[in-house]
Design a protein around this ligand. Structure first.
Ligand code: ADP
Length: 440
């Protein structure tokens, strides 16, 4: 439709030019100067177009609202340009309001947001980022974020070769006791979004809870030891024939329950210790094969159910980590395998290197675990069969301890199990932690 209008406008223009030239030529011919007159007509026509082009140019440059008036095809051109100009103006206005809205909403976010380019330089940040990370506009725009947030954990994350998503906790760069959770989200073409969240309060609450559990457990330990001492004495006394004999069973039961409470308290204290000081503990190269051999030998010595133990340990393969925690991991997994495997069963412990991981696995031919329990197994006090766990001296804290210790080693726990067939617990440590002894 529009293109048809264009064609007819130009047809009209050509017609006008033809009539114009014919008129000039005819008038010129009357005086014997037909060619000159035609040239003059053409020149006048050209001048008119030049004048209109100039008007158009000036109008485009000086943001005048009203379009200039024109004759013939120029009127159409001015109208068309005006329409484009207005559409552009509207689009600009809409974009501006979208940007304003976006900025207002991100400014209202409680989390800091920082847009980083491919080189990790700051492109934009919101008010919360200024408050949490201490960024200043405009000085910090264009600066590398790694130069402003200086922490080894953050540097490792931000300098990872191919922009990886990830999060790290770092001390706040602007407040002494603050803790920030920094999260990197890659997007687009190498750009990254950094989200900063203040987790100081959350960490403080966690620490308070941890301290409370640790203190309460610690306070309970001494009175319980006293009780157990007296109960042992009473058990001896009631064991003798006489008036106290009827108290023998209740006292024994009390003794067993007191022992159970002691175990829970010891596990809670152990868990609190792992949580509180785990990362501060010194790391060293731990000879895992020797550690596992020792734990398996202990288990074999204590075994009364005729279990068969098997080990398959890669020689010379050690792990860089915290010895106490690694012993807890292997010890708990082996103890569970023993605890949940009926007489005559088999327990196999393996330790080997793979392309990206170093693995520890503990398999048993025990009672197994139903699939629906697997996701919750490492929760505190989660037991598949509470009665059975209690009867065998379990506290429901073993795997929670394992999980925490593994987290401190960036390792993952996976469980494969089938009821009635057996279970396999595999810990996968990052390959960087492997220490392979030289063959020489
Ligand atoms: P517990 O002290 O009760 O053994 P854990 O945290 O070590 O507590 O384990 C949690 C639960 O997971 C146990 O109660 C048990 O039901 C189940 N479980 C752990 N290891 C095994 C295993 N090797 N075979 C079967 N069930 C297991």
């Amino acid at each position: 439709m529009r293109s048809a209008a264009v064609v007819s406008a130009w047809r009209r223009e050509v017609l006008v030019l033809a009539v114009w030239l014919a008129a000039w030529t005819l008038i010129g011919a009357a005086f014997g100067y037909a060619l000159w007159a035609a040239f003059s007509g053409l020149a006048v026509y050209l001048l008119m177009h030049l004048a209109y082009t100039n008007r158009l140019h000036r109008w485009l440059v000086n943001d005048d609202r009203e379009p200039p008036e024109g004759l013939g095809v120029w009127q159409d051109i001015f109208v068309e340009f005006n329409r484009l100009k207005q559409r552009n103006r509207k689009r600009k206005k809409r974009l501006k309001s979208i940007v304003n809205e976006f900025q207002a909403s991100t400014a209202a976010l409680p989390d800091g947001a920082v847009v980083l380019d491919g080189q990790g330089r700051i492109v934009w940040f919101n008010q919360a980022a200024a408050a949490l990370v201490g960024l200043r506009a405009p000085q910090d725009l264009g600066q590398r974020i790694a130069n402003l947030v200086r922490h080894p954990r953050f540097s490792t994350l931000i300098n990872a070769p191919d922009a990886q998503p990830g999060e790290v906790e770092v001390p706040s760069p602007i407040s002494e006791h603050g803790i920030l959770m920094l999260r990197i989200i890659p997007y687009g073409n190498g750009q990254r979004l950094l989200i900063a969240r203040d987790v100081s309060e959350q960490k403080r609450m966690e620490a308070t809870r941890r301290d409370f559990v640790a203190n309460a457990s610690h306070e309970l330990r001494t009175p319980l030891t006293v009780l157990r001492g007296y109960l042992e004495m009473m058990e001896e006394e009631t064991g003798k024939a006489g008036a106290l004999e009827q108290w023998q069973a209740p006292v024994r039961e009390m003794g067993q329950q007191a022992l159970r409470m002691s175990r829970i308290i010891e596990s809670l204290l152990r868990l609190a210790r792992v949580e509180a000081e785990g990362l501060q503990q010194r790391q060293e190269v731990v000879d895992m094969a020797a550690l596992i051999e020792r734990l398996v030998a202990d288990a074999r010595r204590r075994d009364t159910a005729g279990l068969r133990f098997e080990t398959e340990l890669q020689a010379g393969l050690s792990l860089f980590g915290r010895p106490g925690e690694l012993e807890s991991v292997a010890g708990n997994l082996i103890a569970n395998a023993v605890q949940y495997t009926p007489a005559g069963g088999e327990i196999a412990v393996r330790w080997w290197l793979e392309a990206d991981t170093v693995n520890l696995s503990v398999s048993d031919t025990g009672i197994g675990i139903d699939q629906r329990h697997l996701p919750r197994l490492t929760e505190r006090f989660y037991r598949v069969d509470a009665a059975r766990s209690t009867a065998t001296g379990g506290t429901g804290l073993g795997l929670a301890i394992v999980k925490h210790c593994l987290e401190h080693h960036e390792a993952e726990l996976s469980v494969d199990s089938e009821p009635g067939v057996g279970s396999t617990f595999i810990c996968r440590f990052p390959r960087q932690r492997a220490h392979v002894a030289n063959a020489a």
